[in-house]
Write a protein that binds this ligand. Structure first.
Ligand SMILES: NC(=O)c1ccc[n+]([C@@H]2O[C@H](COP(=O)([O-])OP(=O)(O)OC[C@H]3O[C@@H](n4cnc5c(N)ncnc54)[C@H](O)[C@@H]3O)[C@@H](O)[C@H]2O)c1
Length: 318
């Protein structure tokens, strides 16, 4: 049973992953080579406990109990007795290969090691793992990891079903929704879908079909509104497979299928308009820093999570 977790990398994702577990009763050792990153994560912990409570989330434990479950370290060796280590360090193959190799050397025989990589292949990350090829996986969270429910799971060719089942059960126990990615494909499932949407949306913008404001509305008030409570296949079921079949046949040839380097992205990037972090991207973000805008977004996502949890319960009991 997984009773103690190590998380490597205390950046955007590592913090969120650690938060998810400690607020659900599981001790975490959070490791990073940067003391500054660990310090920022520790500050965020208090902030997010307050935000969740202000948004009406009920934790079973006091803030102190939750905070005491998280320990910070720069030494990877302190993860040696963890039942599960989730690697969420910088997206760089060499860094991840070194971390996996080291973990393989120092960790107990029973330790499962997973990676949160968004774009690298599990088979390459585990290249230097020798002792536990049966205990490696991908566990891909979504940002913010402590709010968005999905975790995509992928086994390697030698991963035991038992390892998968244990990780799957753990994620569900702490409130996550898991999917089994059966084949190692770049971007797994959800990011591929997101990129497919971005390809068409950016092409429509670049070709002058729609303004930036209206593109946002089209997604947010249209398909996005429905996707908040249903997946795609159920939407097709409601619309009718016969109807969708005709629409797909007619529209697919007109949909963007080229690989483009979008000037709407490139030009803004060159001008330094990088989005919220530089106060301007497609829209302007005046007066507040990135952190404040992130908190504002997360408050709204926490509310959404409550609705999601209610809908999810309904589906499970149907
Ligand atoms: N940001 C996202 O939206 C997102 C979503 C899903 C998955 N991911 C994946 O999660 C991982 C982390 O992404 P992030 O956005 O949190 O990055 P980040 O830059 O916020 O944090 C990365 C952290 O890793 C630390 N680090 C670097 N080398 C290390 C090492 N050898 N040992 C320990 N710590 C080390 C850095 O100091 C930093 O604190 C990446 O693999 C990324 O692809 C990111």
């Amino acid at each position: 049973m997984i009773q103690k977790i190590g998380v490597i990398g205390s950046g955007t994702m590592g913090f969120g992953i650690a938060f998810q577990f400690i607020t659900n009763g599981i001790p975490v050792v959070l490791q990073d080579i940067s003391e500054e990153s660990l310090r920022l994560a520790s500050e965020k912990l208090n902030t997010y406990l307050t935000i969740f409570r202000e948004e009406g989330t009920v934790f079973e434990d006091s803030d102190k109990t939750i905070i005491d479950r998280l320990t910070f370290t720069t030494k990877i060796e302190e993860l040696a007795d963890c039942d599960l280590v989730i690697e969420s360090a910088t997206e760089n193959l060499e860094i991840k290969q070194k971390i996996f190799k080291r973990l393989d050397e120092i960790c107990a025989d029973y330790t499962i090691i997973t990676s949160n990589t968004s774009s690298l292949k599990l088979s390459e990350i585990v290249r230097y793992v020798e002792k536990r090829k049966d205990k490696v996986m991908l566990t891909h969270f979504f940002n913010p990891a402590h709010i968005v429910p999905l975790v995509e799971l992928l086994k390697g060719p030698d991963t035991k079903q038992e390892t998968y089942d244990e990780v799957d059960a753990l994620m569900k126990k702490v409130g996550k929704v898991t999917i089994n990615v059966r084949v190692e494909v770049p971007g797994l499932v959800a990011n591929r879908i997101q990129v497919a949407l971005a390809r068409e949306a950016l092409a429509l913008l670049e070709d002058g079909v729609v303004s930036e404001q209206d593109l946002e509305k089209a997604i947010f008030a249209g398909p996005g509104f429905r996707f908040a409570s249903s997946g795609l296949l159920k939407i097709i079921d409601f619309g009718g497979l016969d109807v969708w079949g005709i629409v797909l046949d007619q529209l697919q040839p007109a949909i963007e299928s080229k690989v483009r380097s979008y000037s709407v992205i490139k030009d803004k990037t060159e001008q330094g308009y990088l989005g919220v972090k530089s106060s301007k991207g497609f829209f302007v973000y005046p007066g507040k820093g990135l952190d404040e805008y992130v908190i504002e977004r997360d408050r709204s996502l926490i509310q959404q999570l409550k609705t999601f949890t209610t809908i999810q319960r309904g589906i499970e009991h149907a």
